[in-house]
Design a protein around this ligand. Structure first.
Ligand code: UTP
Length: 296
């Protein structure tokens, strides 16, 4: 079975939930502590053995391309000043020459359409899709867990997690055929169903391993939920065609950094996880919580 060495990062959305910031800053450049969301996504992909990084971008995303440029002046300055730790942090963001490709999605027609835009760069290989606004903290990178599972099963695989039933309608949901714990085989997927139509509360989140046939499905896909071309519909087509599709219950904590509440929660969690910030930050949070309680 072919190895997964390519990942697509669809970053062409408008990020309206973060306006006015996203008027000029791509959502993926916003930082959790001191690292942009996109850096977390790249690090996860690297840990999973990805070698080629395909960004699907749109107008106004040039800050993202600049971020991945080398910065020789900055490196020289840090070197001259003996700031070796910062220099190392900076150099860890450097990418191999030719490892990144950018392709434009001219109109925000949906996640499925964004992935389809990358079809020529993907070719005839299985590939990963990472949505950088889903940030996943954990001991083993989520995509790495999925690649290991995929090496056993083949077929399309989506990252899955249980969500509270009252929130399930905001997600793509899995209709489970067989539940094997971390791995479930599925018989259907539905994007943002009405509560009464929800097949489960096992939700798809932003990590996928897909076979090239999904790109063919996308080619003939009509608009679905929300008037967008949905990736879930193209994956569900695989089931109609008699192929296996799996959900993978990953180990780790997922933060929805595409929403303001999720972004703030991630900021707190990642801040508290840092040795250099933990004490000061947790003192501050305790103080804030006490003040809040007193005010109530
Ligand atoms: P979202 O649904 O979060 O949309 O997209 P958005 O535009 O980024 O944010 P809001 O809802 O307006 O605040 C999920 C992922 O799919 C990508 C986005 O960039 C994000 O990574 N996407 C979405 C595209 O690349 N193209 C699209 O047409 C739609």
């Amino acid at each position: 079975m072919a190895k997964v060495t390519k990942a697509v990062f669809p970053v062409a959305g408008m990020g309206t939930r973060f306006l006015p910031a996203t008027k000029s800053i791509p959502k993926e450049i916003m930082t959790l502590v001191d690292r942009p969301l996109i850096q977390y996504a790249i690090d996860e992909a690297r840990a999973a053995g990805i070698k080629e990084f395909i960004f699907v971008t749109s107008r106004g995303k040039s800050a993202l391309e600049d971020y991945f440029d080398v910065s020789p002046e900055l490196e020289r300055t840090l070197e001259a000043k003996g700031k070796t730790s910062l220099l190392e942090t900076l150099q860890n963001t450097n990418m191999d020459s030719g490892a990144i490709a950018y392709i434009r999605q001219h109109k925000a027609l949906g996640l499925g359409h964004a992935v389809w835009c990358a079809r020529r760069l993907i070719g005839e290989e299985p590939f990963a899709v990472i949505l950088p606004d889903d940030v996943i903290a954990g001991e083993t990178a989520c995509l790495q867990q999925m690649v290991e599972a995929y090496d056993e099963t083949g077929g399309c695989m989506v990252a899955a997690m249980e969500v509270p039933p009252e929130k399930a309608s905001a997600y793509g949901l899995l209709d489970v055929k067989e539940d094997h714990g971390s791995m479930v085989s599925i018989k259907g997927m539905v994007e943002k169903p009405k509560p009464e139509d929800a097949p489960s509360n096992l939700a798809v989140i932003g990590r996928y391993i897909l076979t090239p046939s999904v790109l063919e499905n996308l080619h003939s896909m009509k608009t679905g939920a929300g008037g967008e071309i949905q990736l879930t519909d193209a994956i569900a087509q695989e089931l109609t065609d008699g192929k296996d599709v799996y959900g993978y219950r990953f180990r780790g904590q997922r933060f929805d950094c595409g929403s303001k509440a999720g972004f703030l929660q991630a900021t707190v969690a990642f801040g508290l996880a840092r040795d250099d910030l933990r004490d000061e930050f947790s003192d501050y949070l305790t103080e804030m919580a006490a003040l809040q309680q007193a005010a109530e």
